[in-house]
Write a protein that binds this ligand. Sequence first.
Ligand code: SF4
Ligand code: SF4
Length: 390
Amino acid sequence: MIEKLEPDLDFKRRIMDLDARDLSFCYQCGTCSTVCPISTADNPFPRKEMIWVQWGLKERALANPSIWMCHQCGECSAYCPRDAKPASVMAALRDYSIGHYAAPGFLGAALSEPKYLPLLFALPVAILLAILAGLDRLTALPEGRIVFAKLFPDFYVEALFDIAVGLAIVGALAGGVRYWLALRRGAADGGRDANLGAALAHVIADILRHGKFKRCNEDSVGTRPTHQTHLYKTHLAVFYGFLGLVATTTSVGIGIHFFGYLTPWPLWHPVKILGNVSGTALVAGLAVFLWHRIGEQARAQKSTYTDWLFLIVLLLAVASGFACESLRLAGLAALAYPTYFVHLTLVFFLLVYFPYSKFGHVVYRTAAMLYTQSLLDARSLVAGAPSAAK
Ligand code: SF4
Ligand code: SF4
C-alpha cells in the first residue's frame, strides 16, 4: 500500500527556530545513528528524525519514542560530517513535543513564549496577594520572632500547593496519555501488548540508576569532546536533590498535621538536614548545568528559552528557600518575609506549570522508555528469549 505523506513545512520552520537551523545540511550519511550510544538496531536515531523534520513529517517525528530516548550526550553532533547538529534537532523536537501534547494546549504555548512570562507569574502573585488581603496582612509585616506561618498560615500554604500539585498531576496525565496513544497509533503493528508492570519496574530502576546517562559516557565511540560528559553526575545531583526536597516537604506536612509539630524546625532535625543537603545538591547540579549551557552557547549545542526558564526558575526557587532560612536566622524580618513571598511564587510556578515546562520531560521520557521497554519485552516473548534492553 502506498502511504500518502502530508508535509507540514510550518513544523519544519518552527523546529529550525528552536536553535536547530543547521538541520538542512544533513545528507543522510547515518553516522549519527551509528555513534549514538543509546540508539538500537531496532530503532536507530537520530538520522531518521533529521529527514522527517526536513520533509515536515510532523506526526512521525513526534509520535516516536526516539526523541525522548535521546539523553542529549551530543555524540551525534560531535561526529556529524556536515555539522548539522542532530543533537540540537532532537532537543528542539522535545521542546516542540511538550507544547504539542500539552493539555490544555494554551499552557504549552504560553510556557514556550517569553511574552507570556509576566502573565504566568501574575497568577501566583495575584493568588498570594489575595490571601494576604483576605487575612488583612497586606499592609504590615508580622511582629516579633520571625515565623513564616504568621504571614501565610500553614493551612493556606498547604491548600494552595495541594491544588497546584493536583492541577499539575491532571495536566501531566492528560499530556502523557495523549503521547502514549500517539505512540501506539504511530507503531507499525499498532503497539503490542506486553506486561506493562514488569516494563515499568525495569524503567524505574533504570531511571534511579541513571543507566542511560551513564551509558552515554561509557559507550562513547571516540575521543571527540561532546561537552556533555558532565550530564550523568549533574543530572544525578539534581534528580536526587529534588527527590530529597519533595521528601522534606512531605515530612514537614506530616509533622504539622499528624503530630502538631509546628514550624520552624531546628537546624539539627533530621528532616531539616535532609532538606539542606538536598537543596545544596540541587543548587550545585543546577550551577553546573548553567555553567555548561553558557559555554555551549558558543559551541556545539545551543539552549532554548525553555531550557533557560526551567533552570533559572528552579535555581531561584531553591536559592530563595535558603535565603528565607538565612534571613530568618539573622532576624531580618523586613527582608525575610518578602523573600518568603518570592519563594512561594517560584515554587507555585514550578509546580503548577511543570507538565508544560522542561520539567515535562519527567512524563514524556518515562512514557517513551516504558513504551520502548514494553516493545522489547513483547518481542523477546515472541522470540522466547529474555529482553536485552540497551
Ligand atoms: S545528521 Fe549528520 S551524521 Fe546524521 S545523517 Fe545527517 S549528515 Fe549524517
Ligand atoms: S545526543 Fe546522544 S543520545 Fe541523543 S541522539 Fe545524539 S548521540 Fe544519541
